[in-house]
Design a protein around this ligand. Structure first.
Ligand SMILES: *Cc1c(COP(=O)(O)O)cnc(C)c1O
Length: 363
C-alpha cells in the first residue's frame, strides 16, 4: 500500500492517507443494515508515545497487530465515544455536536488516567475521514453514519499502572434504527452499573462489560433493557441501559440529575431537554425514586417514558417491569412529547430545520 496523499492537520502533524484500492460501499445493502457490524472503507489512527501524539494516519479498515500483553486488555484502560453523521437532502454531510463528544472523551480520559486528546486533531481526523468516506453516509430516514472513537492503552507490560502508550482510533459504520419498536424495561433491584466515586460518568469500556450479565438476566425474562438504580439502596432511578431516561409526569418532563457522577451525561439528553425547554415544557432534573414512578404508573400520572442516547436517539418505553409486575404505558402517538421532540431533533440533525444552537457541524 502506498501513501497516496498527505493532508495537513493541526498540531503540527501531517496525516498520512492510505486509500483503499476498491471501495466496498456498493456491496452494502443500505436498506437493511445491521447495527455496528459493517465498517466503512477507512479508519483513523494515531499513537501516543513519549508524551506526544504521533503519526496520525487514515488507512483502510482492517485488523491491528499488537501484543497480547497490552494493558487495555488486562486492566481496562479503554474509553470510547459515539456520535453520528447525517446526510442532508442536498447531499451535504452534517455531524451532530462533535465537540461535545470530544470534550466528554477527554473527561473520560482524565478519570481513566489517560492522555488528553487535542481538539484540532480530533476535528481534523473527523473532517478528513468523513470526506473520504462520504458515500457511506446513508440518506434513508432513520439511518446515519455511526462514528466510534476509541482510545486504549497499548503498553505491553503486565503491571497495574497507568500505561505510557495509547492508540486512538476512529471507526465509522452506517446504521439503521437501533430499536425499531417501543421497548420493555426492567427496574433493577440487585445489580448496579455505577456508584458514587466510581466511573459511571465516563464512557469507560469496563462499564459495559459489567452490565452484560444483569442485562442478559432481564432479556431472558423478555425485557429489552434495564433501568439502573442507585448502588446504595436501589431506591433512585439512574438510567436505562446505555440511554438516559426521561419520564413525563403529567405535563412535566422529569429526569435524574447528573450531580452524583453515576450517570453518563448524555448529549441526546441535553439536546432533548434544551428542545423541550424552548417549547415551554416544564423540566425537572431531580432525583426520581422507583416508588414515585411505580405510583405514577398506577395512578395514570406517568404518561410517557423514554430513553435518550445517540445510538437509539429516542427509544419509547412501553412496559416497565418491577417486582414481578409489568406496568403498561399509554400508547405513543404523534402528540406524545417524545414524538414531537424526536421529530424536532431529527429535523435539526439532518439540516431540515435551522439550527439555532450551533449543534450541527458540516463536513
Ligand atoms: C453513551 C451513553 C448514553 C447516551 O449518551 P449520548 O451522548 O446521548 O449518546 C447514556 N448512558 C450511557 C451509559 C452511555 O454509555
Amino acid at each position: 500500500m502506498d501513501i497516496t496523499d498527505t493532508s495537513h492537520v493541526a498540531n503540527g502533524l501531517e496525516m498520512d492517507i492510505i486509500k483503499t484500492e476498491v471501495s466496498r460501499v456498493s456491496s452494502v445493502d443500505f436498506n437493511n443494515i445491521p447495527f455496528g457490524k459493517i465498517f466503512s472503507d477507512h479508519m483513523f489512527m494515531v499513537d501516543y508515545k513519549d508524551g506526544k501524539w504521533l503519526h496520525p494516519q487514515i488507512r483502510p479498515y482492517g485488523n491491528l497487530e499488537m501484543s497480547p500483553a497490552i494493558s487495555a486488555l488486562h486492566y481496562g484502560q479503554a474509553i470510547f465515544e459515539g456520535l453520528k453523521a447525517y446526510r442532508r437532502e442536498d447531499g451535504r454531510i452534517l455531524v451532530f455536536r462533535p465537540l461535545d463528544n470530544f470534550n466528554r472523551m477527554n473527561r473520560s480520559a482524565e478519570r481513566m488516567c489517560m492522555p488528553d486528546f487535542p481538539e484540532d486533531l480530533f476535528m481534523g481526523a473527523l473532517d478528513t475521514l468523513l470526506s473520504l468516506d462520504k458515500d457511506w453516509v446513508p440518506s434513508a430516514e432513520g439511518c446515519s453514519l455511526y462514528i466510534r472513537p476509541v482510545m486504549f492503552a497499548t503498553t505491553a507490560e503486565i503491571k497495574v499502572k497507568s500505561a505510557e502508550e495509547y492508540k486512538f482510533v476512529i471507526l465509522t459504520c452506517p446504521v439503521g434504527p437501533y430499536y425499531p419498536e417501543p421497548v420493555r424495561v426492567l427496574i433493577q433491584q440487585k445489580f448496579t452499573r455505577a456508584c458514587e466515586g466510581g466511573v459511571g460518568y465516563a464512557k469507560a469500556a469496563g462499564n459495559y462489560g459489567a452490565a452484560l450479565y444483569p442485562a442478559k438476566l432481564a432479556q431472558d425474562k423478555g425485557y429489552h433493557q434495564l433501568i439502573w438504580t442507585d448502588a446504595k439502596e436501589h431506591k433512585y432511578i439512574e438510567e436505562s441501559g446505555t440511554m438516559n431516561i426521561v419520564f413525563r409526569l403529567g405535563d412535566t418532563l422529569v429526569t435524574p440529575p447528573l450531580d452524583f457522577n453515576t450517570i453518563l451525561p448524555g448529549i441526546t439528553r441535553d439536546s432533548v431537554l434544551t428542545l423541550a425547554r424552548s417549547r415551554g415544557i416544564q423540566i425537572e432534573e431531580r432525583s426520581v425514586t422507583v416508588d414515585e414512578i411505580v405510583d405514577a404508573c398506577k395512578s395514570g400520572l406517568l404518561l410517557e417514558a423514554f430513553g435518550a442516547g445517540t445510538a437509539a436517539t429516542i427509544a419509547h418505553i412501553e412496559v416497565i417491569g418491577y417486582n414481578g409486575t409489568d406496568y403498561q404505558l399509554p400508547e405513543v402517538t404523534d402528540q406524545s412529547f417524545s414524538s414531537i421532540l424526536l421529530d424536532e431533533l431529527t429535523s435539526l440533525r439532518i439540516g431540515k430545520k435551522e439550527d439555532p444552537y450551533g449543534w450541527v457541524y458540516e463536513i
